[in-house]
Design a protein around this ligand. Structure first.
Ligand code: AKG
Length: 342
């Protein structure tokens, strides 16, 4: 495998959050999928947190913590276990830097559900047109390496305590990043490549984030985050304002990544009996599913564009364990009713 020994990164663009409106942000940065950092753009009580202050506020709250995060399989986004524990116990381990803490990561916990006492300190960034989910909290030990992945939403990563290094690779390099095979678990798509293994033509952008900084990660952009110190950050997953703007942009600019993500979810479910009725109504299934993720309704035209890719994928990869193994799917005749083979 080619290794990337050259320095092929640039610094992520820095802009001021004070001087930009939501409309300008969406038109200039979201429309083009341009990552940027807002230095001190996340200014609320949460950017003044300390480990003691959050432990005090949410001692007995129960959080979900990933285990085995030091393993090679975790770095490739392939395998981890989850344990539930009290927030104060997790913070105590972390501050002691004990071996348990070094092999765990409190990742993407929904603050409203798991750590509600912290909510009063958090103010949603004004540059979010439509929240998909969040705020989520991430708490980890120095040197934690979070696997390289993309999400099907834009994200604002807001630094509260400590320092992180963020490295971002555009969705244009989807096919160079050796994503985990379709059907892999999770809502995100993980790359199996470390940053020292990227092919030489793959460039990335990076930034160091300090408390109060906020990083815009465009939807479907790969990102790999390393904690340079013990750290706490928050993130929101979000899309554009409007009824269909996020979907339109993603279909126009990031279709391959969208299809990879959709087919990954399809493949997670294709062996289940419950998959069959969903497949019979693929257009409706897709419309409802994307509405649940993005709060946008796809148009008939958009659905008619996406469905044939999915049928083709299923037809060309059919195996005996599929719920539709003995059924022929006719892709040209939407709405598609799978027909029994005669
Ligand atoms: O901070 C991390 O470890 C990951 C954050 C992330 O994946 C996100 O903000 O989308």
């Amino acid at each position: 495998m080619a290794t990337n020994t050259q320095t092929t990164f640039t610094s992520i663009l820095e802009i001021s959050a004070d001087e930009i409106t939501l409309a300008e942000f969406e038109a200039s940065y979201m429309a083009t999928g341009t990552p940027c950092v807002f230095r001190q753009g996340f200014s609320c009580e949460a950017s003044n947190w300390t480990f003691d202050s959050i432990k005090e506020k949410a001692r007995d709250s129960k959080v979900f913590v990933r285990k085995n995060t030091n393993s090679e399989l975790y770095r490739q986004g392939k395998k981890y276990k989850i344990v539930q524990m009290k927030f104060q116990d997790y913070i105590n381990d972390l501050r002691q830097h004990n071996s348990r803490a070094q092999n765990r990561y409190l990742a993407v916990n929904n603050v409203t559900r798991c750590l509600a006492p912290l909510l009063e300190d958090i103010v949603q960034p004004k540059l979010i047109g439509k929240v998909h989910s969040g705020p989520h909290i991430w708490v980890g030990c120095e040197d934690h390496y979070e696997f390289n992945h993309f999400d099907p939403d834009a994200s604002f990563l807001c630094m509260c305590i400590g320092q992180k290094k963020a490295r971002l690779v555009s969705f244009e390099f989807l096919h160079d990043l050796q994503c985990n095979p379709l059907g892999s678990l999770g809502r995100t798509i993980q790359s199996q490549l470390g940053f020292d293994e990227l092919p030489p033509h793959v460039t990335w952008q990076e930034a160091i984030l300090n408390p109060g900084d906020m990083l815009y990660i465009p939807g479907f952009y790969f990102h790999q985050i390393t904690s340079l110190t013990d750290s706490v950050s928050l993130n929101y997953f979000f899309g554009n304002s409007g009824e269909n703007d996020f979907a339109t942009k993603v279909i126009d600019q990031r279709l391959d990544s969208l299809l990879y993500w959709l087919c990954n979810i399809i493949d997670q479910n294709r062996a289940l009996e419950s998959f069959l009725p969903l497949l019979c109504n693929l257009k409706v299934t897709l419309r409802n599913f994307l509405h649940s993720q993005w709060y946008e309704l796809l148009t008939e035209e958009q659905l008619l564009l996406l469905c044939p890719y999915i049928y083709e994928h299923l037809n060309t990869t059919k195996v005996e364990t599929d719920a539709f193994a003995h059924i022929e799917i006719i892709p040209d005749d939407l709405p598609h009713i799978p027909r029994k083979k005669s």
